[in-house]
Design a protein around this ligand. Structure first.
Ligand code: DAH
Length: 345
């Protein structure tokens, strides 16, 4: 009895070994016969009760091996069919077809504007200085000639860190001036782009975070005339060669004398428009000769050195350059808005 059952199993065994299905249909037939849910090997497991005790173990191992061989063969046939299909489809590739359009990223308008400003100043020897956004009171205010009881502190509403009267989010990039002066010997010629924070109500025209670029030049015999010429160069590079500048006397605690700089309106070319409010001029920055008190605070010899400084907001200029009417758009990161900007720098 046992011998007959063994013979049946061995027959399936050699059938499996010799099977060479080549078409999809033949593979499917193989699967149904040997691997599918109603395969021919299944009943063989039950036959073990008809095998004499001494050969039960041998029988069990044989049936399991045949089952394993069937599954392995089917898997191999399946893999071979899949890679053949892949190869066939890669032969369908048309390498001369135009590629899928690739969507390029774009720089943020703030980055574009900031890079332009940095680029213009680096051409005349200014190097970039970057500093911390979480600053201490001394570097942001006191060193910049704005001690605690100074009324000019009210010019900027400050975010202090929780439970601190000392640490704050810098309210202007002028804090970089004190950091640089404390760590470098003149001549100093730096440009400091970066983010600043003020406790302002957010509206179309104001935000609690924005960007500035600060400039500082300290050397022997630096004059107001030099500052004027430097800023004229900047304005003409930034807004066009026919741009003119004018300086209006102003007040900043860290400069004396101080001025605000206007440029001829680059939107309407002084004819009058709503960007320049029909005056023909737009204000772009504050500037002045570094107050000797600031130099002293930062350990610079005021007998030997003088300097000028300037600071400008980026958002306002980006908004004017790109006709953006709401500052909040610059902070929302809506790709439909951002995709409109492209630039080489
Ligand atoms: N820190 C000033 C502000 O935030 C801008 C400024 C004005 C910077 C005059 C300067 C400067 O360096 O000389 O409004």
């Amino acid at each position: 009895m046992s011998a007959e059952i063994f013979a049946v199993v061995n027959q399936f065994k050699s059938e499996i070994e010799n099977a060479a299905p080549s078409t999809k249909e033949e593979v499917e037939q193989f699967r149904i016969r040997f691997v599918g849910s109603k395969n021919v090997l299944k009943p063989l497991f039950g036959e073990i009760r008809n095998v004499e005790n001494e050969r039960k173990k041998e029988y069990g191992q044989l049936v399991n091996a045949v089952k394993g061989a069937a599954e392995a063969k089917f898997q191999a046939l399946k893999d071979a069919a899949e890679s053949a299909a892949e190869e066939a489809s890669s032969q369908d590739l048309d390498l001369s077809a135009p590629p899928e359009p690739m969507s390029l990223g774009a720089h943020h308008p703030i980055t574009i504007t900031m890079n332009r400003i940095v680029d213009i100043f680096s051409r005349i020897g200014f190097t970039v200085a970057e500093e911390r956004e979480i600053e201490d009171d001394w570097h942001n205010f006191t060193a910049m000639n704005t001690p605690e009881d100074h009324p000019a502190r009210d010019m900027q509403d400050t975010f202090y860190l929780k439970n601190s009267t000392e640490m704050l989010l810098r309210t202007h990039t002028s804090s970089v001036q004190s950091r640089v002066m404390m760590s470098q010997e003149p001549p100093i010629r730096i440009i400091a782009p970066g983010r600043v924070y003020r406790n302002e109500t957010i509206s179309a025209r104001a935000h609690c975070q924005f960007h500035q670029v600060e400039g500082l030049y300290i050397d022997e015999n630096v004059s107001f005339a030099e500052m004027k010429q430097t800023l004229l160069y900047f304005a003409q590079e930034m807004y066009g060669p026919d741009t003119k500048i004018r300086m209006r006397p102003s007040y900043f605690p860290f400069t004396e004398p101080s001025a605000e700089v206007d440029v001829t309106c680059f939107i309407c070319d002084t004819k009058g428009c709503n960007v320049c409010k029909y005056t023909g001029w737009v204000e772009i920055m504050g500037c002045g000769m570094v107050d000797p008190a600031v130099l002293k605070n930062c350990g610079i010899d005021t007998e030997k050195y003088t300097g000028f400084a300037f600071g400008m907001g980026i958002e306002r200029q980006a908004m004017m350059l790109y006709s953006i009417n709401d500052i909040r758009l610059l902070f929302e990161n809506d790709v439909r808005f951002l995709k409109q900007f492209t630039s080489a720098i």
